[in-house]
Write a protein that binds this ligand. Sequence first.
Ligand SMILES: [Zn+2]
Ligand SMILES: [Zn+2]
Length: 213
Amino acid sequence: MTETTITAEELQASEYFHGHRCPAMPQGLRAGHVAMDWLEVPRARGGGELVAIIETGSHHFSGCFADGVMFATGCTFGKGNLIQNPLGKFALTLYVPKSHQAVRLIPHYERMSQCLTMDFFKLRAQGVPPFDLDPKVTEPLIQDVLTKPWTEIFALQEFEDYPFDPVPDVFEAVQCSLCHELTVKSYAQQFHHQWYCKPCLDGIIHARLAPTV
Ligand SMILES: [Zn+2]
Ligand SMILES: [Zn+2]
């Protein structure tokens, strides 16, 4: 496999999108490129070519990983081809619906746990934002994640027939009978022959269930 090099332009553009320089975002770039190179697929333009499944959660260290994955693969929140399976892990699974093939990249335990002992993470844990850190603390980690052979960063699992049920895009919408807001049909529900959005229907049902005495 020939790995696509992360150019200075891509790094700069992804840092602009992400908001700051840090090592976790480029680790996501790296994971995204390795996965695409392994599967021999280009970056997603629409929502149907690729699906990225990330296992990071929210409000924990190195969550920035997800932004690098999005930037590299084109699998984004808006296109609906980025799925967060919040397990508190740093794996990326990239799935190709057309061939049903997938790869899962998971950082080596030793490397990730060693990173946690470095000043970068100690200072971050103390509440110092990444953009206020001394570049002497941040830059070696960024260079490391950009230049180390990918096999020293990630382990790779390959799937020939990954279990995944695609959800078709919906192009229909209805008007909620109560709040009158436009609601995508698959998110609306009918009750007594009227369409309702979820909060309005919940409100109606809740009011009916409320004790009357
Ligand atoms: Zn970051
Ligand atoms: Zn409503």
